[in-house]
Write a new protein. Structure first.
Length: 184
């Protein structure tokens, strides 16, 4: 399928052109969007900006402060459930660590898949997560993006650092999940 506005080839099923932001007609559901229509909640194609490294880092810090508070609560609740620090063994920490990762996964995946398309940190800084066609990402894609962040971390954070050097300000996890982080 080609964009009727700019002529660039688009991703099948996309509602908006990834190049110019023009609305695309979708034969599968019979819905037609006028070729000049642009998503109203996003800036025009020429004004659209990708969120850079520092803004994304600040959002990450905000999110991890909030998640740190939840993690602290899980540890305190876990310690009180096991009779205090002296009674805690490695086997007592396993459910707490699993719970903490479960909370992190659900937080990032559900928030980035939601109508807001952003975690609380991203909302505070005015950025959202989209697919390559600037549409809301699915829960599956958000989950894939979350777990791809492990690869970005295990590469000595180079997967995050490349955000500063790529054209669309994508980290390794964004490239793997085919997502963009843009300024709303």
């Amino acid at each position: 399928m080609f964009c009727p506005n700019c002529g660039k080839e688009t991703i099948e099923g996309a509602r908006f052109c990834s190049n110019c932001g023009a609305g695309l007609s979708r034969a599968s559901d019979g819905q037609t969007v006028a070729p000049t229509a642009v998503r109203p909640d996003l800036k025009s194609a020429t004004d659209r900006q990708y969120a850079g490294f520092w803004r994304r880092l600040a959002a990450y810090i905000i999110d991890h402060i909030l998640l740190g508070l939840v993690g602290w609560f899980l540890i305190v609740a876990g310690m009180s459930g096991f009779g205090g620090i002296s009674a805690i063994s490695i086997f007592a920490f396993i459910p707490m660590i699993f719970s903490w990762y479960l909370v992190r996964w659900l937080y990032f995946s559900l928030m980035e898949n939601s109508v807001t398309q952003a975690t609380l940190g991203k909302m505070a800084l005015g950025i959202i997560v989209t697919d390559n066609s600037y549409n809301r990402i699915s829960f599956g894609r958000a989950t894939g993006r979350f777990f791809a962040k492990l690869i970005s971390q295990y590469t000595i954070y180079i997967g995050y650092i490349i955000i500063a050097f790529t054209k669309k300000k994508q980290g390794l996890h964004d490239m793997i999940a085919s997502t963009l982080v843009i300024i709303k």
